[in-house]
Ligand binder design. Sequence first.
Ligand SMILES: Nc1ncnc2c1ncn2[C@@H]1O[C@H](COP(=O)(O)OP(=O)(O)OP(=O)(O)O)[C@@H](O)[C@H]1O
Ligand SMILES: [Mg+2]
Length: 241
Amino acid sequence: MVLDHVNKHFGELHVLNDINLTVDRGEVVIVIGPSGSGKSTLCRSINRLETIDDGTITIDGETLPEEGRPLARLRADVGMVFQSFNLFAHKTILENVTLGPIKVRGMPKAKAREEAMALLERVGVANQAQKYPAQLSGGQQQRVAIARSLAMHPKVMLFDEPTSALDPEMINEVLDVMADLAKEGMTMIVVTHEMGFARKAANRVVFMADGKVVEQATPEEFFTNPQSDRAKDFLSKILTH
Ligand SMILES: Nc1ncnc2c1ncn2[C@@H]1O[C@H](COP(=O)(O)OP(=O)(O)OP(=O)(O)O)[C@@H](O)[C@H]1O
Ligand SMILES: [Mg+2]
């Protein structure tokens, strides 16, 4: 995936300022930075939930289309997991996972169910398949959200602070699922401040501030020897928590 000179404004605010970023297939990139630096906007732009003013975003050499059916198909190539779980409240866990493949991918119901059960098994919630989201813990719901994204066979998975709304004891069960996914070779962009996960699973850390990519390094380099004052300042704040 390539972001080439991507710019976006919200009125006067230059929220994405000339972003150039290449994520290779199978690479796991952590995006980190202060609140308001544009991390969520970056994810939402990759998924076309936000439009960009100029520049290009390509996935496997294909530019993201503006709208219509090609957009729906390409958006399905990009899985996204948000801080809030976003499951359909009135559908069962199994239905949450089968809906996209049936509606968007045109998958036969029986096959969608079979794949969904395998994915729910993989994230450790197969025994919850007939329940509704509200009957699950936050950590379980977030694992279902991951399974639901994976059911679309995405080329890239975006995670925007997937554990920040979770109670501490549930954070690791979600990070473990993500680490397994990384190990299996999924291309991933993960907005998180979880340094343990970054150290264990990431190939690269991208530090953003004020809508710009300020610094990129391996997790080890970034956390032990940040180069920019912005990164040093940011790390000194999150490390004291
Ligand atoms: N829809 C919008 N309209 C106007 N301004 C917005 C909109 N969405 C975000 N912004 C602004 O853009 C900037 C970047 O927001 P964004 O949510 O991308 O930051 P972030 O890095 O994800 O922050 P956080 O760590 O708090 O999640 C912020 O100043 C925010 O107020
Ligand atoms: Mg955000």
